[in-house]
Design a binder for this molecule. Structure first.
Ligand SMILES: *Cc1c(COP(=O)(O)O)cnc(C)c1O
Length: 440
């Protein structure tokens, strides 16, 4: 029996998000896979076009805004244009992020560049928070200026600085929340209010769009569009994947950008590999809620352990009421059922381990090297949101591209340690940390 015709007491929409992400959309107009428990993996670079007329129709319909949404199955032509595994993932991600549409990309960086380049043209400006993922910083700083897109860096939590950075040419306000790696938060609803006030005096095509990098939180902990963002971008490589096997990125946003971004993706070419789309669809999204619920519980225990350790100085975790923006955290970091979900990331520093000249204290290096050499369940590696606990020194590693004075100004310490809490038993994580702290 076709699932669509099944007599269900509850409509699909009444099921909880966690259940929905396990069962997907039940049906898709992109493909008939009713007889599979899991969607089959499609891996075809090109598609048979049974007639010249069908071929012409496919090209006519691709990214064509005048095509009725209720049309039959899309005419697939070539992987780089549209492809069923990816389309199914996009439907489910749009649902998880509570957005109108989603487009996926080869990596998080491909998604971020597509979002800002679909909004900005030559002469336009981006206002961005100076602490961003290192490659985002490099993209905005080194590459976009070559295409006439300038970035003004402003602490988005400093209203005066933000107002000053915004000019008539500003088209994008870009930030992460929680910010990588310091776990500073940005109140998305407050930025919406400010941008709305500025946009009120502008014609539609000149309005500023808010783009939020949701990689740290994932849609399990936070849905930026519900909170007021125009676009939510993220690296699927991190929390959505969870298993560290594949790279990907996603943009979720208004339907009005779908065709433009689809054309951008076709021509710049950063499409998500369908095999990776399939792993996100079959393993990543269905396990997201369970993984994060458990990782958050462990993060509380690990953060408490660090806070109580005499060897540790500062611990930043949005779940602690001493986090300077705890009120913002409680308001915007919620799982789809409304439960406070402060994520699985912790940032901390060691006692008496900061040098005033911006250099890393040897104790921090000893601590990290001890983990690399001795810890069983903590791995020295970049990335985050993975089922295995990961540690890194953001200052010298993921944020190496940022100028030192900017890092120091924005509260990043050379010895700051970023921990992404995994799915191990938390006692084992704290045991490995205790051991390393004793030897640091
Ligand atoms: C990893 C990461 C990205 C980039 O994603 P890739 O998939 O590695 O290209 C962007 N933003 C944040 C916050 C990240 O952690």
């Amino acid at each position: 029996m076709n699932k669509e015709n099944m007599k269900r007491k509850k409509s699909k929409e009444e099921y909880r998000v966690r259940t929905h992400l396990i069962h997907g959309n039940f049906e898709t107009k992109n493909w008939d896979y009713d007889h599979h428990i899991n969607p089959p993996m499609s891996t075809s670079a090109m598609y048979r076009l049974s007639s010249a007329q069908r071929g012409a129709q496919g090209f006519f319909e691709f990214a064509n805004e005048t095509i009725d949404e209720t049309r039959d199955l899309p005419i697939y032509i070539y992987d780089r244009l549209e492809e069923p595994s990816r389309c199914m993932l996009e439907e489910n991600l749009a649902y998880a992020e509570r957005g109108e549409m989603c487009l996926t990309f080869a990596t998080g960086m491909a998604a971020i560049s597509a979002a800002v380049c679909s909004v900005c043209e030559q002469g336009h400006e981006i206002v961005a928070h100076p602490v961003t993922y290192g490659c985002t910083y490099s993209l905005f700083h080194n590459w976009l200026p070559r295409f006439g897109i300038k970035t003004r860096w402003a602490d988005v939590n400093d209203e005066a600085a933000l107002q000053e950075a915004i000019t008539p040419n500003t088209r994008v306000l870009y930030f992460e929340t929680p910010i990588n790696p310091t776990l500073t938060l940005v109140d998305i609803a407050a930025k919406r209010k400010l941008v709305d006030e500025i946009n009120a005096g502008r014609p539609a095509e000149q309005r500023i769009k808010i783009v939020v990098d949701n990689t740290f939180a994932t849609p399990y902990c936070q849905r930026p569009i519900e909170l007021g963002a125009d676009f939510s971008v993220q690296s699927l490589t991190k929390g959505i994947s969870g298993f560290g096997t594949d790279m990907g990125g996603a943009v979720v946003g208004p339907k009005s950008y779908y065709s433009k971004m689809l054309l951008y993706r076709k021509d710049f070419g950063g499409v998500l590999n369908p095999k990776s789309a399939w792993t996100f669809l079959v393993y990543g999204l269905p396990s997201l809620s369970t993984r994060f619920a458990n990782q958050i519980k462990s993060a509380y225990h690990v953060a408490k352990f660090l806070r109580d350790s005499p060897k540790v100085d500062k611990v930043l975790f949005p779940g602690f009421d001493e986090h300077p923006q705890y009120e913002v955290a409680k308001r915007q970091m919620r799982n789809p059922e409304g439960k406070f979900s402060p994520g699985s990331m912790i940032y901390f520093t060691l006692k008496d381990a900061e040098l005033t000249d911006g250099q890393q204290h040897p104790r921090v290096e000893r601590f990290i090297d001890y983990i690399a050499d001795h810890a069983y369940c903590i791995t020295l590696a970049v990335s985050l949101g993975y089922m295995k606990t990961l540690v890194e020194n953001a200052y010298s590693m993921t944020h190496a591209a940022m100028p030192a004075e900017e890092k120091l100004r924005m509260g990043m310490e050379p010895g700051g340690i970023r921990l992404s809490v995994g799915l191990e038993d938390w006692h084992d994580i704290t045991d490995d940390l205790r051991d390393a702290l004793e030897h640091a």
